[in-house]
Design a protein around this ligand. Structure first.
Ligand code: KG4
Ligand code: ZN
Length: 354
């Protein structure tokens, strides 16, 4: 069985072909980062329009790379939510029309089940385990009892970790998106020059909070008088600004301290969840899981605790369609097909039921 998957929940137009045995035949991701960077964040209307412009070519490329024609497809999987409704609707409409024309079923997939499923690429997962998704829109911990039984046990009560990376990068005038640039300039820098808070780290819950950390960074930047005059709106066009003479080195020191604080919280909570639930496997995915310092910290901590760790390859941590195809395999197997009036779901509280 060949599954074509489509992912358009945010700012990547992605498509992939995967067999029902989990073999990846193709994966195409067209990033819109450049379109949004000038605005300092994803502009939903622009995202929808770009998906419309890109989707035919991206799906065509996925089929071509897999060397199969549409008539070889047995089903289409599409991200149904959570995400930007306009963006999701482009993928959903395309998937429904294509499936209708080919007389094959379509399945609506939860984006977060997708992120968790990415860990199956090249890894045999055992159940139960703890899953953590750390992305631009979500930071959550899950108890994964089986492929179809996924319970969220904790989540961020404000910003997602990736969102915090993006906002801190913005207030340091480092551009958008922030995760990669903060990782790059923090490399080799002592993260202990500044002590930043670790909100909720030891509160006993599995919840996260990153907005206070972002505010602490803002206060530190203001106190350190790094920039001549700052734009404190966290929105709008971020004009390029250089630090005042003699303050340049503070950018990397603050970035490193911030990244360290986020990693400290993520690793502490993930390990706590694994231990509290007496599990022996931790799966971590989502855009932030492509961060090398986080991957290394997780490896070190799980290693010393005797916990097995699975993190997908970097290209499968960030948004892609392979993860949607993998998540869909059980839906097709159980005939959980979507009706043709399937709609986008912007917020989706439980992964296993819409
Ligand atoms: O999973 P993803 O591609 O999209 C969402 O579902 O949100 O994650 C994107 C997020 C962005 O906030 C981006 O800044 C962050 O992941 N990110 C990183 C890194 N690469 C991407 N954060 C930290 N370090 C990175 N290397
Ligand atoms: Zn995502």
């Amino acid at each position: 069985m060949h599954i074509l998957a489509i992912e358009t929940s945010c700012d990547e137009t992605a498509s992939a072909v995967v067999t029902d045995g989990g073999e990846v035949l193709s994966s195409v991701v067209a990033s819109q980062v450049a379109d949004h960077a000038v605005f300092g964040g994803v502009v939903p209307e622009i995202a929808s329009r770009r998906h419309i412009e890109l989707i035919r070519a991206v799906v065509g490329e996925a089929l071509q790379q897999a060397s199969i024609s549409p008539k070889d497809l047995s089903g289409i999987a599409v991200t149904q939510g959570p995400g930007l409704v306009g963006a999701l609707l482009v993928g959903i409409s395309f998937a429904k029309a294509f499936a209708y024309g080919l007389k094959i079923p379509v399945c609506g997939i939860n984006h977060l089940e997708g992120h968790l499923s990415a860990a199956r690429i090249g890894h045999e997962l055992t159940y139960p385990h703890i899953g953590m998704v750390v992305s631009g829109g979500h930071t959550s911990l899950y108890r994964v009892d089986s492929e179809s039984s996924i319970e969220e046990i904790g989540r961020t009560i404000d910003d997602a970790a990736g969102e915090a990376f993006d906002k801190v990068a913005k207030l340091l005038y480092l551009g958008y998106p922030g995760g990669m640039v903060i990782e790059r300039i923090s490399r080799g820098i002592d993260p202990r020059a500044f002590e930043l808070p670790r909100p909720l780290m030891n509160d006993g819950s599995y919840d996260f909070s990153f907005s206070g950390l972002k505010t602490a960074v803002l206060n530190l930047v203001i106190r350190s008088e790094i920039f001549a005059d700052m734009d404190l709106r966290f929105s709008g066009l971020p004009e390029a600004k250089k630090p005042l003479p003699g303050k340049e080195h503070l950018i990397a020191l603050i970035s490193a301290a911030f990244q360290h604080a986020v990693i400290d919280v993520l690793v502490t909570k993930a390990i706590k969840a694994v231990k509290d639930h007496a599990m022996d496997l931790l799966v971590v995915s989502g855009g932030v899981a492509s961060n090398t310092a986080l991957r290394e910290a997780l490896q070190e901590k799980t290693g010393s605790e005797g916990i097995r760790l699975v993190i997908p390859e970097r290209k499968y941590c960030t948004d892609n369609a392979v993860m949607i195809a993998l998540a869909s395999i059980r839906h097709f197997r159980d005939n959980r097909h979507a009706p043709l009036d399937m709609n986008a779901v912007s917020r989706w509280s439980s992964i296993t039921g819409a």
